[in-house]
Structure formats: C-alpha cells, structure tokens
Design a binder for this molecule. Structure first.
Ligand code: FAD
Length: 392
C-alpha cells in the first residue's frame, strides 16, 4: 500500500524536491526503521553510527548555503526531510531537524561572516552540532527574561545559571545561550545570545532522566558555572538576544508542524492497512464499519489540509514573508489535530495498538512534544490572537 502522504506531496512540491524526499524516505526505510524498536526497548539514544549515516547523506547541511559546504535548499526541503524521517520516528527526525532549525539557523540569520566561516562548514558536515539554549527550569513560556545571566568582566562575559530541555545536548559541540545582560532594559531587549563551546571550563551537561517521549533524542540540562567567553562569542546584537531566539523559532515551528504530520501520515497508513486485515464478525474486515471509516476519513482530510497549508507556509518563509502568527497557527493546529486523531486511530485498531511493535504508541507519545515544544500551544494563542484584536 503506497503512502498516502506521497500521493499529496506529488501535487505540492516540484520533482527535484520530491526526488530528495524519496531518497531520504528510502534510506530510512532500509537503514534505520528496522532498528528503531530495538533502540527503544534498550532505552538508548540514537547511536553515533546512525547520526554518522545521516551526516553521510548530507542531511546536516540542508538549508546551509553551498558556499559553506551545505546542500542549499530552504524550509520546504527541511520539512520534507522531517516528513521522511518522522514517518517512522520523531526522535530520528528531530536530531538533524533541531541541529539545523535551532542550531545552524540562528547563526545563518544573525551570525557575523567570521562566525559563519568558523562554524557553518563543520555544522553542514555533521562534525559539529549547536543546541538552542532558551528554556530554563524557571523560564519556559516566559522566556524573554532569562535567569541565566551574563556579566561583563573586562573584555570577557561571564555566564552563570542553568538551561534545560536542550535537544541534542549529548552530541553538541556548542550551545547558543540566551542570557540576561541588561536587567533594567526595555522588555525584549534585556538579553543577549552567546555561542559557548560545550567543553569550555564551567560548562556541565547532564542528560535529563525519566523522559518518555522522543526517546532516542538527547534532551539535556546544561549548567554554566562562571563560564568565560570573549566578545566575539556574542551572536547578534548585545541586548538583542530575544530577537535572535524568536526569529529562529519561526522556522522551528514549521519543522515541528511537519513532525506532527509525519506521525499522522504513519498512523493513517497503519490504520487503513489494519482495517482491511483485521477480521471480526462474519469473516469480514473491520474496515467495513462506518465508525472505523470515519476515523480514516478524518485523518486523510486532516493530512491533506494541513500538509497543503504547511507547504504554503514554508514557501512564504523561504520568500521572507511568513508572519510569526502564521507559523504559530500551523504548528498549533497540526499538533492538536494529529494528536487527537492518533488516539482515535489507536481506538480504531483495538488492543494491538498498545504494543510497541505496532508503532502507533510511539507516535502517540511523541505527538505530545509537538503540542508543548517550541512554544506551548496554549501560550502561542497569545500570538495568534494579536491580529484578531487589532482595530482597523
Ligand atoms: C522533548 C522536549 C525538547 C525540547 N527542546 C528544547 C530545546 O532544544 N531548546 C529549548 O530552549 N527548549 C526546548 N524545549 C522546551 C520547550 O520549548 C518548553 O517546554 C516550552 O516552551 C514550554 O515551556 P514549559 O515546559 O516550561 O511550560 P510552562 O511555561 O511552565 O507552561 C506550562 C503550561 O502553562 C500554560 N501556559 C503557559 N504560558 C501560558 C500563556 N501565556 N497562556 C496560556 N497558557 C499558558 C500552558 O498550558 C503550558 O503548557 C523542549 C521541550 C521538550 C518537552
């Protein structure tokens, strides 16, 4: 049974993009998908060998300019990668996904030429990885005023405090730290971003324990105990750190919307296949029951609608005119709809859906992250409602 998502993508993207998507899809199908369940049962992160393979086929270089050794391309390509990898596992997809959309992207958007030359070639090759240090134990949705601080001492900045929920921390070479630098400045202009090497004296990383979602993805806490960095570590402008973070999140939210749709696409194919195989009552498949059909139809409609919407947003992003609320809207709607439908998809399959080898439970759990990650859906509504409340 062909993937339903491929049917829609054929209408939405050009042949070269479709070919790229097909290469990544086939690579995952043969090289990674057969090993995922084993890693999950062993509770291990994505092995280094798998990350090396993703690097080998150039995925860490996506959307990085060719002059820096990247593959070029834009947000549509990045989202296509997320759809191809995320169909089997969001953990797998978020590893290069966060490395690019949250790691390399702020550097591309706000870095100096010197910073780009120093890091982008290694990031594109997968030899380095940046993590996005916005969230803290005491600052989640309320991220504009970090508790992590950076103070000037002579020609250096000294960073103190703790970041958490940092995706890819285990493999990271550097962390982009969002730190308070001017507590009395105007709101949104009190913080600065710094590029800090993970092996700098005073940086301590610990993998967060007990996480039951995105199980093969690394999620770390990173402590900064008087970490000294030079002036050229500042990313963007001094006291312009929140702008760096917010600009970055626009693209990150499109990627997260793609992950939600990748899970929905997997579940749709699983349910429609199972509904024809599973026989109950009178030797007939459960796919004949209208209530099971309703679930399948709703999933199919949601996939086509939100995928079309997402590809449209990616195009606008690449043209440089996607408003923040539109990126937020497609993320919040795709994650909400996909996670609500996933539960119904499991119900339509019955008890077998509880088994890890059936594959739905992984997507069900991972979809929760798409609801809270890169801005919780509840909090994002503050952004979405703004243009609705402006008087003309
Ligand atoms: C697996 C995973 C990976 C992550 N990776 C990263 C990463 O790489 N880098 C990074 O910096 N962060 C990362 N995050 C953090 C993520 O961005 C935060 O979880 C998110 O911003 C929400 O913050 P919080 O969890 O502290 O929730 P809180 O801010 O404590 O909010 C809790 C809840 O309160 C409600 N709420 C909060 N504010 C509002 C509001 N304004 N209006 C209405 N309701 C509201 C919502 O229901 C919200 O879900 C990751 C999180 C997870 C789970």
């Amino acid at each position: 049974m062909a993937r339903r998502i491929d049917h829609y993508l054929r209408d939405l993207v050009d042949d070269s993009k479709l070919e790229f998507y097909g290469v990544v899809r086939d690579f995952v199908e043969s090289e990674i998908a057969p090993r995922l369940l084993g890693w999950e049962r062993d509770h291990v992160l994505l092995p280094d060998s798998a990350i090396a393979k993703l690097a080998e086929i150039g995925l860490f270089g996506l959307s990085i300019d060719e002059s820096y050794g990247g593959q070029g391309g834009g947000m549509t390509d990045l989202v296509l990668m997320g759809l191809a990898l995320g169909y089997h596992s969001q953990s797998l997809a978020i590893t290069p996904g966060a490395a690019i959309s949250l790691g390399a992207k702020p550097l591309q958007l706000c870095g100096t030429d010197e910073q780009k030359r120093a890091h982008l070639p290694d990031l594109a090759a997968g030899r380095r990885m940046f993590v996005f240090g916005l969230s803290e134990p005491g600052r989640g949705s309320d991220a504009a005023n970090p508790e992590v601080s950076a103070t000037r001492e002579g020609s250096e900045w000294v960073i103190r405090g703790e970041k958490c929920w940092s995706t890819n921390a285990h493999w990271a070479s550097h962390v982009i730290v969002h730190a308070l630098t001017d507590p009395s400045g105007p709101n949104g202009k009190r913080s600065t971003c710094f590029i800090v090497p993970m092996d700098a004296p005073g940086v301590f990383y610990q993998e967060m324990s007990g996480k039951r979602v995105w199980q093969q993805s690394s999620t770390g806490s990173i402590m900064f105990d008087g970490v000294r960095v030079a002036e050229d570590s500042v990313l963007g402008e001094v006291n312009g750190g929140f702008k760096v973070m917010v600009t970055t999140l626009n693209g990150g939210r499109l990627f997260i919307a793609g992950l939600a749709l990748a899970s929905l696409a997997f579940a749709l194919d699983k349910v429609r296949r199972y509904a024809e195989e599973r026989i109950q009552f009178d030797d007939k498949p459960i796919g004949r029951f209208q209530r099971v059909q309703d679930v399948i139809i709703d999933m199919d409609v949601a996939l086509e609608r939100n995928l079309t919407w997402l590809v449209h947003c990616c195009r606008r992003y690449d043209e440089g005119n996607l408003e923040r609320e539109r990126a937020a809207k497609v993320k919040l709607d795709s994650s909400r709809v996909a996670s609500e439908l996933l539960l119904l998809a499991m119900e339509a399959c019955g008890g077998v859906a509880c088994l890890d080898e059936f594959g739905l439970i992984r997507h069900h759990d991972d979809l929760f992250v798409t609801r809270v990650g890169e801005g919780s859906n509840f909090a994002l509504k503050d952004l979405v409602v703004r243009p609705l409340r402006q008087s003309d």
